[in-house]
Design a protein around this ligand. Sequence first.
Ligand code: B3K
Ligand code: ZN
Length: 885
Amino acid sequence: MRTEQPKMIYLKDYQAPEYLIDETHLTFELFEDHTLVHAQLLMRRNPERGAGLPPLVLDGQQLELLALSMDGRELLAGDYQLSDSHLTLQPLAANFTLDSSVRIHPESNTALEGLYKSGSMFCTQCEAEGFRKITYYLDRPDVMSRFTTTLSAEQHSYPVLLSNGNPIASGPEEGGRHWATWEDPFMKPAYLFALVAGDLWCIEDTFNTMSQREVALRIYVEPENIDKCQHAMDSLKKSMRWDEEVYGREYDLDIFMIVAVNDFNMGAMENKGLNIFNSSCVLAKAETATDAAHQRVEAVVAHEYFHNWSGNRVTCRDWFQLSLKEGFTVFRDAEFSADMNSRTVKRIEDVAYLRTHQFAEDAGPMAHAVRPDSFIEISNFYTLTVYEKGSEVVRMIHTLLGAEGFRKGTDLYFQRHDGQAVTCDDFIKAMEDANGVELTQFKRWYSQGGTPRLQVSEAYDAASKTYTLSFRQSCPATPGQAQKLPFVIPVELGLLDGKGRALPLRLAGEAKAPGETRVLAVTEAEQSFSFVDLAEKPLPSLLRGLSAPVKLGFPYDRDQLMFLMQHDSDGFNRWEAGQQLAVQVLQELIGQHQRGEKLLLDQRLVAALRTVLADQQLDQAMVAEMLSLPSEAYLTEISESADVDAIHTAREFARQQLAEALFAPLWQRYQANRELSRHSEYVAEAAHFARRSLQNIALSYLMMSEKPEVLGACLEQYEACDNMTERLAALAVLVNSSFAEEKSKALAAFAEHFKDNPLVMDQWFSVQAGSTLPGGLERVQQLMQHPAFTLKNPNKVRALIGAFAGQNLVNFHRADGAGYRFLADLVITLNALNPQIASRQLAPLTRWSKYDAARQALMRAELERILASGELSSDVYEVVSKSLA
Ligand code: B3K
Ligand code: ZN
C-alpha cells in the first residue's frame, strides 16, 4: 500500500546513478514465519557523475532493518535516515562495502511481488521494482551487478534450492536445514534476480549449442505435474535452435531452468538462467490443455528464452524503455511461432488481438506512446501498447529494411551493447548504422501515441493507363498529446486485374516493375503514388499482413470484398476482406435493430462463406478463421458509440442465419473432422490444430439448430474425445445452448473429474463466465462461492472475473449497472490484496466513453466510488484518476 502521495515520474528527468554496485552477495535464511536477508554490496561512486560524494539513497519497502554497516563499521540510528521507501546514508569514500540485514515476510505477501510463497514453495518476482521489497538496493535497471546467492531452508520441505547462474556449493546445516550457493557470472540488474525453494521435481534434457557446448535444461514443477512438462521442453529446445539460426544468438550459461508456480501475476519472467513461469504457460498435455494452451506454452517459453539476449545481455536503461526489450521480444516470439506453425494463421490471430484490444487501449484514457514519457506506477505500463504495438513497430523496421538488413541491425545492436543498459534510440541507431539509412521520422512511432488513420482513395486514367492511389494520414489526440506529426507508414500492397491475377507494380518514373507485391512508404500527411502500364482499372489489395498498425479506410463495396476473398494471392488479405465484408453486413444489421426494423442478412455473406467451406484446398485453419465473425469487442472498438445490445443481437442473428443456410456443408466438414479426431492420437502440430479448429467452430454453428443429431454429436465429442480441445469446445457449446439438463450434467461431471487440476478448473470457470445467456452476473457471483475459486490466485481472477467483464459484454454492461458495481467492489477488495491484479481488472471500466450516456454515468460513478474508497495502491490510483480526468 502506498504511504506517500503517488508522484508522476518523467523520462526527461532521467539521470545516471550516483553510485554503482560491482558485486552483490546475498544470503537468504528462509523460515515459515519470516525470512532474513543479508546483503553485502561492493559499491563505488559512478565516475560519470563526477568526483564529490553525494548521499547514497537506496530503495527499500516493507523491510525491517536489523543491522547496517559500512566497511565493517556498524551504523547506528543517527548515521542514516529511513523512510517508507528509502534508506539514505553518507559514504565516506569513493569505494566502500555496505552490509545490511533485514527481516521480510514472504508468507503473508499476497501482492506476489518481491519474495513470496506460492502454495508451499518460495519464489520471487522482481520486475519491475520488486527487488526493493527484498533488500535495500539501487533498484533500477541501469545498475548492473555480479550476484552470488546463498539460500538456506529446512531440508525436508525445501529439498530444491535455486537461484540465477551456476550452482557452486551446497551442504547440510544443523537442525534439519541445508544450504546452496549460486553464482551468476553475468552482470545483471536486480529485476532479473530470482530465487526458488520448494519440494519440486524436474524433467531434464540437454542442448548442444552452435559452438558445441552442452547446456543442461531443467523444468521444475510440483510432483503431480511432472507428466505435463514435455511440451515445454520441446518448445525450449526449438527456441534455442531458432535463435541460433535466425539471430545467431547462443545460450551462455551451463544450465537453463524453468520453474512453474501456480500464483503468478503475469505469464512468466525471464530471470537470468532461472525463468519463473505461471504454471498455465508451462504445463500442457493433451488431456488437460487445449490447442490454444499448447501454442501459448510454446510462445511464452520462446519469449522468455529470447529475452536472454533481448533484455538480459542487453537490458533497458530505464523503465520508459520497456518496449526496447518487450516489443522486440514479442516480435521475435511471433516470428518463431510463425515458423513453427502456420504463418498466415499466426498473423491473423495477432492482428485480430491487436485491433480489438490495443486499438481500444490507444483510444482510451490510459493511451500512451510505445515509449511513454511519464508514469506513476510502472507496473501499469506492461501494456498492449508497449508489448503488441511495440512489436508492430519492430515489424515495420523489418518490413522497411528487409530480413537481411534487419539482421545486420540486430547483429550490430547485440555486439555494440552487450552488457549494457540502453535505450530505444540505441536500437534504432544500430539499425541505421548497419544499413546506412536514416530513421529519424520513423522514431515518431516511439514518441507519439494513438492509432493513426490511413484514408486511401483511387483514380484511374484509361488514356495514360495510370492508376493513382492517394493516401491521407491523421492521428487522433491522446492524453498529453494534442497534435501529431506524420508517421512513416509502410504499406504493403498488390493490384488485381478483373480475373484476379496479380499485376506488375511499376511506379511512374521507374524503369521496370520490381514485382507483384511491394512496400510503399507513406511519409507525408497526404501523398500519392501512380502506377503505370495498367490496361484496366485494378482492384487494390492494401496493407497486406497489416504492414502498419493503422486503421485503413478504402471504399470497397461488398462485391469487391467477395472478389478479394476468393482471388487475393495474399492469404492474410483474403481473410481481411472477409472480415470487412462481415463488418459491413453486421453494421447494417445493427442499424436495422436500432431502428426497430426486421433484421435481414445480406445473402452475399452466406454465399462467400459457402464458397470458403467448399474449398478443400484452403488450409482448414483459414476456413475456421474466415468462418469466425468479428467479435463483439471488435465491433465495439470500431463503433463511435457502441450499442451493446444491438451488437449482440445482430451478431447472434447473423450466426443463426449462417448456421441454417450452411447446415449441410458445416455438418459434412464437422463429421469428417471428428471422424479423423476419433481415429488419431492427439498431436500438437499445425495441421492438427487446423482440423480441430474447423471441427469446433462448425459444431458451435451447428448447435444453433438445436437439432437432436447435433446434440448427440456434441455429447459424443464431449464424452469420447481424448483431449481438452475437443472436450472444452463441446462443453462451451453446451453451456451456451438451452439444453439445461445436459449442460448441468456435463458441468458437474467435468468439475468432479478435474477438481484437483487448477488449470483445468480455470477453463471450467471461463467457459461459464463467457456465456452470454441471461443471468450472467448471477452465475459469476455464484461461481465465486465455489470451493475451487479464490481471489488470491490471479489465474482464478482472470478466468472468472476477467472473462466476464472483458468478453461477456451483454451481461457485464447490463443497463442497471449491476455489472459495474460488481467489478468496482472486486477492485476495492483486490486493491488491498494484490494491487497489480486489481489495476488490471479495471480496464473494462476505463472504456466508459464508448457507451451511451446512461452507461457512461454508471461507469464513472463506480470509478468515483473506487477513488473514494480509502487508501489506494499507486497501481489502482493511477488508472482510476486518469480514467476520470
Ligand atoms: N518481463 C516480464 C514481465 C514483468 C511484469 C512485471 N509487472 C515478462 C515478459 O514480458 O517476458
Ligand atoms: Zn517479455
